[in-house]
Design a protein around this ligand. Structure first.
Ligand SMILES: Nc1ncnc2c1ncn2[C@@H]1O[C@H](COP(=O)(O)OP(=O)(O)O)[C@@H](O)[C@H]1O
Ligand SMILES: [Mg+2]
Length: 359
């Protein structure tokens, strides 16, 4: 029983439409080349990715479409051997875009039909990978430095400094300081990974703003007095309560206040203020301190980013404080904003939606 030719043609047309629909809905760029290495199919994603005009790209050698030696060689190689290849390259477009290309043979029932090139933009993936690698390198370095000092001072003590009580005491204080630094670093790393993982649900609680902030300031009393800063709390009348995760909010504001105290020379003015607008709550900590140069401002929320590394370390900073604040703000569905003028001061504002939780 043979099918009627019209039906066969219709079926084939239908199949082709289905295939075209699938290809055009794919996020990956797809190019198919015949056994001569000439394009017979270019999907929309490929056109968008590479800024290709489909009509102009059809029936061309891959070299004419991309002008890339490596790709050209691999396509020829796949056509010849039938082996698949993968290529990661930033050279297909000007700029920073990195692509991952899979070059695979297309096998029909009667032998090779050519090769398919599928392309994915992996720029973001590469960026994240780089951040991760840098992060591990940074952590290792930050852990190693205090450890090296501790080891050094212990050696010196063993080699005789122990016999000189004054020197020994001084060395022990230094060791203690480095041990504290290690401790702070590890606590900050743990907090950050806990908040960032998003696995711990927020415990939204009704918080009475004024006592909450006053209590926080209380924990910094000694340092504020030592530097003779003036601290002001400014909360509008109608804003008595907010809902937030109390422990996290406390940590965020403590980090901001800690910075304000640290990076403001003696006799500075620090203000903690709250505001409400369009259902958004804003909590701001501002100071009259050294400020942050504009070029650094966008990066201070990155892990380990400090304007002045030596200065931050000297003051016991881990470089993770603002990264933690940012993730606490994000966890509340909010944002964090930094405003600063070098020499005049900085303001950090956490803004988050008015949340509701249990009382
Ligand atoms: N209030 C501020 N005034 C000036 N610079 C600040 C302030 N807050 C943060 N910075 C800058 O941002 C950097 C990152 O802050 P943070 O993540 O808290 O790290 P750390 O305080 O441990 O150095 C600081 O090293 C400092 O350079
Ligand atoms: Mg800090």
């Amino acid at each position: 029983m043979s099918e009627r030719p019209e039906k066969k043609i219709l079926d084939m047309a239908h199949e082709r439409d289905k295939l075209a629909a699938v290809l055009s809905s794919m996020a990956e760029g797809v190019l198919a080349l015949d056994t001569d290495g000439k394009t017979f199919l270019v999907n929309s994603a490929a056109c968008n990715m590479f800024g290709i005009n489909r009509e102009r790209a059809l029936n061309k050698h891959v070299r004419e479409v991309f002008n890339n030696d490596q790709l050209d060689t691999l396509v020829k190689e796949t056509l010849k051997s039938g082996d698949a290849h993968t290529l990661e390259t930033p050279d297909l477009l000007p700029g920073e875009t990195v692509f991952r290309l899979h070059i695979t043979p297309i096998k029909g029932s009667k032998g090779s039909l050519g090769v398919a090139i599928t392309a994915r933009d992996i720029t973001e993936l590469k960026r994240l990978e780089k951040i991760r690698v840098e992060f591990v390198a940074n952590v290792s370095h930050e852990l190693k430095t205090p450890l090296a000092s501790i080891k050094g001072f212990v050696e010196t003590l063993k080699d005789g400094a122990l016999e000189e009580p004054d020197t020994a005491r001084r060395f022990l204080s230094i060791i203690e300081r480095h041990a504290n630094r290690l401790n702070n670093l590890i606590s900050d790393l743990l907090s950050l990974s806990k908040i960032e993982s998003g696995q711990i649900p927020l415990e939204l609680k009704k918080i009475r703003l004024l006592p909450f902030i006053n209590k926080l300031i209380g924990t910094f009393d000694d340092r504020i007095r030592e530097k003779e800063h003036t601290i002001t709390v400014d909360i509008p009348k109608g804003l008595t309560y907010i809902y937030a995760d109390k422990a996290l909010l406390d940590q965020a504001l403590a980090n901001l206040l800690d910075n304000a105290i640290k990076y403001t020379p003696p006799h500075g003015k620090i203000t903690i203020s709250a505001s409400e607008e369009d259902g958004q709550i804003g909590l701001a900590v501002s100071d009259t301190g050294i400020g942050i140069p504009e070029a650094d401002l966008a990066r201070v929320f990155e892990r380990f980013y400090r304007v002045d590394k030596a200065r931050s370390r000297e003051m016991g900073g881990t470089g993770l404080g603002l990264a933690i604040v940012k993730h606490i703000a994000l966890a509340h569905g909010g944002t964090i904003l930094a405003d600063s003028k070098p020499g005049l001061g900085s303001t950090f504002t956490i803004t988050f939606p008015r949340l509701h939780g249990e009382a």
